[in-house]
Structures are given as C-alpha cells and as structure tokens.
Design a protein around this ligand. Structure first.
Ligand SMILES: [Zn+2]
Length: 324
C-alpha cells in the first residue's frame, strides 16, 4: 500500500523551488550534473519523453526531513500545499540523494545548503483540497500545521489515497527477489484486503511488473500482440491470483504475462479468451455485441509467446472458461 508525503511550500524559497521544477517540467538531457551516469540512464526509461517533475528536501541540519524522505518508496503519493490548499499531487517514481544535481536544479540557499534528497514524480494532477480536509481524513487534528516535508505511513494515508483515488497503477514499490519470496509466503487468503494485505499485493504487483517490464518503455501485450507503453500494460496473473498457491507465486517467471488495459486483460479475466496450445482461443460461443465479436475474431488464433513455461496456468484458466 501507499504512503503519503505532505510537502508544504511554506517560505518563498521552497515556493520558488516548487515552481521551478514541479509546475514546469525539467528537460532531463540538459542536466549536466548527471549526464552519462546510471541515474540518467534509469531516468530515461522512466521518462522516455525527456521531461520530468522534481522535488527536493534538505538534509544537513534539518535532518528530520531527511529521515522522512528516507521513508519514501517508488509509488508513494506526494501532496503539495500552498496557502492552506493542496494544489497538486504526484507519484514518486525515483529517489536519489545528489547534492550536485540539487545545486544545478535549485542552487544553494544563503547557508550554502541544497535540497539534496531528491524525488522525481509522475502522474501529476491538479488538486483543490483544503489542508483541513486532509488533516481530518488523516486524523491529524483540524489545525495541524504541516512542517516542510513529512511522510505518513500506510494506515494513516489510506483514507486520502483511496478517497481521492491517488494510488498509482503504474508505479509500485521496488521489491527484491528475497522480499518477494517472503511476501508470497505471508499472503493470507482469509484477510487479503486489510492494510497489510493490500501492502503485500502492491509489493507482489511491483515485483512482477519489474520482472516483465524493467527498463522497457514499450512492451507487447501477450494476447493481442500490440505494442504499448508499459503504463497501458498489466503484469497479469495467468492463473487467477486468488487461486494461486504459494508454489505458483514463487514461479514468478511463469505465473504472469503482460496484458493490455485496452481490452485484453478484461477479456481474459472475464473468460472471453484463453490460450490453448500456444494460441489465443475464444471461449464464449455466444456474444451479444457485434463489435465485441469482431474483436474476438481478430484475436482468435494469435500465437501467444508466453505459453511455453506457463502452460499449466493457462490450462487452469481454460478449464475455468468452460462454464461460460
Ligand atoms: Zn492486448
């Protein structure tokens, strides 16, 4: 699940910084302090359009802020406030501590400090939410004054994240293989959607997405074969996730494949299509809509490159489909 960072533009300097790199996107290839580095390379895969919005937090003497920044993960939400109003939200995509980059972006303050704890955001949206409303939803007390930068953990953040539909479906927490293995052992089918359960599912999704899409801007849908930006693709469980055993989940190289949000994931999940002997097969004999029928005809018989290692999971899905 998702944490929330509250970023207040309390003084003229932080307001100016916000305007410089959040309201206006930054051209990444023009940043000389990171040119030719691994950071630039990673950013290029996240921002293929070369434009990113960036925020920063000072460490140094204001070390509480650094400790807050260290709680952030990819996929967390940042709310930006000025004049007692949240006016912008964004999703954390990348975190890096880099004084040279901070100096290039914002310059030094009069004490020679720079906001070197940097976060990149995407999915930036205009908002118009009074501070009081956020305070109330997060149980902070109506008049809670936001410090410069503060991160609130999942449980407290949930009413805002879900109430305003802020959770990203593209950016998920980064999860190591060991952590993934641990998480799937802990998935509890009896209470899957409490706070901890949701957090595990997001980590599971994050790991599977990274396995399938890491470093790729464009990937092919396993059903229709169309190539889409990865934000239009889901790392979809081939066997329904709620029916997966721990062993199925540990087989992470074969349990999921890319399916597009432009129809295929829905058609597969609703058992209109499946994959039999390497080819997409239509499982519904009767479809009421002619337009839908035309889509199914186009998909039927396409070769699915993910079939080989995943045959048993497709077989499971095909057996389920026979009831429709
Ligand atoms: Zn598709």
């Amino acid at each position: 699940m998702t944490k929330i960072a509250l970023q207040a533009a309390a003084d003229p300097e932080s307001r100016e910084n916000l305007e410089k790199t959040l309201l206006e996107p930054v051209v990444l290839s023009e940043l000389s302090s990171i040119r030719g580095t691994g950071i630039a390379e990673e950013l290029a895969t996240i921002y293929p359009g070369d434009m990113a919005r960036i925020g920063g937090v000072k460490s140094g003497r204001a070390s509480e802020q650094k400790a807050e920044w260290e709680k952030l993960q990819r996929g967390d939400v940042v709310l930006f406030m000025r004049d007692d109003m949240v006016f912008l939200s964004g999703i954390v995509t990348y975190l890096v501590k880099n004084p040279d980059l901070a100096r290039e972006l914002w310059g030094e303050d009069d004490k020679g400090q720079v906001p070197e704890c940097i976060y990149f955001v995407d999915e930036v949206k205009d908002q118009f939410i009074p501070r009081k409303t956020i305070n109330r939803l997060m149980n902070l007390g109506d008049d809670y004054d936001w410090p410069g930068f503060e991160v609130h953990l999942e449980e407290a953040a949930a009413p805002v994240v879900y109430g305003y539909e802020l959770e990203s479906h593209v950016y998920f927490p980064i999860v190591s293989e060991d952590e993934y293995k641990q998480i799937v052992q802990e998935i509890d089918r009896t209470s899957p959607l409490d706070t901890e359960g949701r957090a595990r599912l997001r980590k599971e999704d994050g790991f599977l997405r990274d396995q399938l899409f890491r470093g790729k801007v464009i990937e092919e849908c396993g059903i229709c074969g169309n190539k889409y930006p990865t934000q239009f693709l889901i790392a979809a469980h081939i066997k329904d996730r709620w029916h997966c055993t721990t062993e199925d989940r540990l087989d992470y190289e074969n349990i999921a494949m890319p399916m597009c949000k432009l129809g295929c994931e829905e058609l597969y999940r609703r058992n209109y299509v499946t994959v039999i002997d390497e080819r997409v097969a239509v499982t519904r004999a009767k479809v009421d809509s002619n337009d839908l029928k035309a889509i199914l005809v186009r998909l039927s018989g396409r070769v699915c490159p993910w079939f080989k290692g995943s045959r048993k999971y497709f077989d499971w899905h095909t057996r389920l489909g026979k009831y429709f």
